[in-house]
Design a protein around this ligand. Structure first.
Ligand SMILES: Nc1nc2c(c(=O)[nH]1)N[C@@H](CN(C=O)c1ccc(C(=O)N[C@@H](CCC(=O)O)C(=O)O)cc1)CN2
Length: 294
């Protein structure tokens, strides 16, 4: 089967163009949305992601605010930076780049974010709203990667109603929140969340209409694990050295053999990553529109 590509790069570019127009309207009304980032340490991947977020902001007209702390920043240093961002009137919303260094209480940091400025939708209040408001329109920020995955499929007319979705990985940015979004009445999928303690992953994946692989284990989804026509969303990030260029490259969770059997496939890189970045901008623009009463 020749899988059609869920092109995250092209879709994100279209979304950014739409958002640029909405930001222009806000700016004409004297409102400039601002995105803040809090980065702790020198991890090259995290630095790349944060730099990318600020590049995106410049493209669509959102102002940038940066808090960069060294790898040996203490819990108190990080909490002080969170308080500065909570109080900064130029900051519409912000993110704390994850993962934080070992020894830092990440949950405590996430809980300190002003829920009204939580551009990642990872504060317990915003996750709680997802749990409570199954039928209503959600007017608080949504977690960016899950929102991006669903938007990517819906914009390509992938039908999710009544479909069986198997998610690999129970992390806070993807695995846990995506089940909440996919089971909302407006989407109506049935979700199985799997993890390292799951027994017989193979038989669960084999019956799935859609597989969202966010395990971070290269090729964990093999060809004989999936059925023909499956929709494959590759979220996992592992890094290895490209033998041809000698440079580090991202490799995903989905094997070439599994891709052969798919009806739709979201590549990695070039799929979910760019959508995550676009959804962060969408959250900030929506937050600014709501506070401007637009
Ligand atoms: N606070 C958060 N931290 C993290 C999140 C998040 O949503 N909020 N997600 C990831 C990192 N991430 C955004 O922060 C992110 C990951 C990947 C990409 C991306 O565009 N990737 C490219 C490939 C990049 C490469 O080759 O190295 C792609 O997929 O095409 C953007 C953002 C963890 N932390």
């Amino acid at each position: 089967m020749n899988a059609r590509i869920l092109d995250g790069k092209a879709t994100a570019a279209a979304i950014k163009a739409e958002l640029g127009e909405r930001v222009a309207v806000l700016r004409e009304r004297g409102v400039t949305p601002g995105l803040g980032t809090l980065l702790v340490g020198e991890d090259p991947g995290s630095q790349w992601y944060v730099n990318g977020k600020h590049k995106d902001c410049a493209e669509v007209g959102i102002a940038s605010i940066r808090e960069d702390l060294p790898a040996d920043a203490t819990q108190e240093d990080i909490e002080a930076a969170v308080r500065r961002l909570n109080e900064d009137p130029a900051c519409t919303g912000y993110i704390v780049q994850l993962p934080l260094p070992k020894g830092i209480d990440t949950n405590r940091i996430l809980e300190m974010i002003d829920p009204g400025k939580d551009a990642d939708g990872l504060h317990p209040t915003n996750l709680g709203r997802l749990v409570l408001r199954v039928n209503e329109e959600i007017t608080s920020p949504l977690p960016c990667t899950p929102r991006g995955i669903i938007d990517l499929m819906l914009r390509h007319d992938v039908d999710l109603a009544g479909k069986e979705v198997v998610v690999l990985g129970r992390g806070v940015t993807v695995g846990r929140p995506i089940g909440l979004l996919l089971t909302r009445r407006s989407v109506n999928a049935t979700v199985t969340l799997t993890h390292t303690g799951t027994k017989d992953l193979e038989s669960l994946v084999r019956r799935a209409d859609v597989v969202v692989a966010a395990a971070g284990v290269k090729d964990i989804v093999s060809g004989d694990m999936v059925k023909d026509g499956v929709v494959l969303i590759d979220v996992g990030v592992s890094r290895e050295t490209d033998p041809e260029t000698g440079r580090s490259k991202v490799v995903g969770d989905i094997s070439a053999a599994a891709r052969e059997k798919a009806s739709w496939y979201s590549p990695n890189p070039g799929g979910v990553g760019p959508m995550t970045r676009a959804m962060l901008l969408a959250n900030v623009v929506e937050m600014a529109e709501r506070s401007a009463g637009a």
